[in-house]
Design a protein around this ligand. Structure first.
Ligand SMILES: Cc1cc2nc3c(=O)[nH]c(=O)nc-3n(C[C@H](O)[C@H](O)[C@H](O)COP(=O)(O)OP(=O)(O)OC[C@H]3O[C@@H](n4cnc5c(N)ncnc54)[C@H](O)[C@@H]3O)c2cc1C
Length: 406
């Protein structure tokens, strides 16, 4: 390669919501930033698109009112309904009312455009060399090799992050992965309330089972272990819905799925990068208990951007700044998994305990038993001591242990 690489202040990998938030901070501060996205924009993203109230506020405050075309039908979601094997159910409304049902293909592109950042789509990140002063970024654009030289690089490239792999090649082998997949079905009859996201605490169906309405069809999705048969697992849920909930669906269409880096926020094992490279969004491990990842992607992305802006004006290294600033978002996200916070405080944006308290005692006890029996599914990860250790540290020291971050 003979051409001299272009010099920029910041290269951001991935054109998603974390990147949009990062870019907003960088552009507002006058830094020259370029977003690198491997797909052609606007790009598809596997996601239910149910935004939390906090995520909604972030979008409004940073990018303005949402245009209709960034939403699916139904355009909003009132909250979550939990279903249990006993056929008990519990619906919880989001604090502050319904939130937008985002069409990720268009919402992410809209947010990126609103940030004002320059984007190179159809450009893949391949690798990097950080010499301590600058990061040489190796890319492939339209099939041709290309390079950028950036003062800083931010990896906002999602759960299977190539940036994380570039700096920690063994990291993906050290963490648990599970697959999620969904199919879309024409609706013949569906008594499930379309204004809610439905989730099953049912260990025979799988460790993450959901359904919701979208654009006139019903999504049925399932989490399953790597190597297991997605189609069989998903069909089992469809059959269960027919038998137990009187949901009658047409043949499945448009199957899709992806791998998820599971539980890093549960055990406070985030990866924030090294040197001039910062990792953010789900790539860093931000994903909350309901697999809601958009609000923490945006908030962590904004913090990564602010950390770079601060580093550009101070002699302090980026990592020291970022790790100090990100502690608040770690608290937010990890609190939502923390059994002590759930028992004694209210870290979620819908009030499970208040809804539970409205039920007769017998149902309350029944639901608690069913939740505990479901959680046993996760015992195979053998994380009990780590979870308890982090939960106690948070309760009594006010934060999670930053020494566990990578
Ligand atoms: C089935 C499913 C349902 C979900 N439902 C919800 C929900 O209802 N609500 C919610 O809040 N969250 C949900 N999530 C989680 C949410 O989608 C993610 O947590 C969130 O999108 C993470 O945002 P991000 O910005 O960190 O990265 P991502 O959204 O993963 O985006 C990463 C971007 O990086 C790009 N990229 C990757 N590698 C490269 C490379 N080498 N070079 C260049 N670009 C690259 C990708 O193409 C992508 O555009 C769901 C996830 C799944 C899988």
């Amino acid at each position: 390669m003979t051409e001299k690489p272009r010099e920029v202040d910041v290269a951001v990998v991935g054109a998603s919501l974390a990147a949009a938030a990062t870019s907003k901070r960088l552009v507002d501060a006058g830094l020259e930033a370029v977003v690198i996205e491997r797909k052609k924009l606007p790009r598809h993203k596997v996601c239910s698109g149910i935004l939390s109230p906090r995520g909604h506020r972030f979008l409004l405050e940073n990018f303005g009112p949402l245009p209709r075309e960034v939403l699916h039908e139904p355009t909003s979601c009132r909250g979550v309904t939990f279903h249990f094997p006993s056929m008990r159910e519990l619906s919880m409304d989001f604090h502050g009312g319904p939130t937008p049902h985002l069409h990720r293909k268009y919402s992410d592109h809209w947010a990126i455009q609103r940030s004002g950042v320059e984007v190179l789509d159809e450009t893949s990140f391949l690798g990097l060399e950080d010499d301590g002063e600058r990061v040489l970024v190796n890319l492939k654009r339209h099939g041709e090799p290309m390079q950028l030289r950036a003062r800083w690089l931010i990896g906002a490239d999602g759960p299977a992050s190539s940036v994380v792999r570039a700096i920690y090649p063994d990291y993906p082998k050290q963490i648990p992965w599970f697959m999620v997949g969904q199919k879309f079905h024409p609706i013949e009859k569906c008594p499930l309330d379309p204004d809610y996201f439905h989730f099953w605490f049912h260990k025979d169906l799988g460790h993450y089972t959901w359904s919701h309405a979208r654009d006139g069809r019903q999504i049925v999705g399932v989490g399953f272990d790597v190597g297991r048969n997605f189609h069989a697992a998903q069909q089992k849920v469809v059959d269960y819905l027919r038998e137990k909930h009187d949901v009658h669906l047409g043949p499945a269409e448009d199957p899709e799925g992806c791998g998820e880096n599971f539980g890093l926020s549960l055990i406070n094992r985030y990866v924030f990068g090294k040197g001039n490279v910062a990792i953010t969004g789900q790539a860093a491990g931000f994903l909350n208990m309901m697999a809601e990842g958009m609000s923490c992607a945006m908030h962590s992305g904004a913090i990564a951007g602010e950390a770079v802006v601060t580093a550009s004006r101070s002699p302090k290294p980026l990592q020291a700044i970022y790790r100090q600033m990100i502690a608040s978002e770690v608290r937010r996200c990890s609190d939502q998994w923390n059994p002590l916070m759930i028992a004694f405080r209210n870290p979620h944006e819908a009030d499970f305990k208040a809804e539970l308290a409205k039920l007769p005692l017998r149902d309350r006890l029944g639901i608690v038993r069913e939740v505990l029996s479901f959680i046993r599914l996760y015992a195979r990860f053998k994380w009990g001591r780590q979870i308890l250790g982090q939960a106690i540290t948070r309760m009594f020291r006010g934060g999670y242990d930053p020494k566990r971050w990578i």
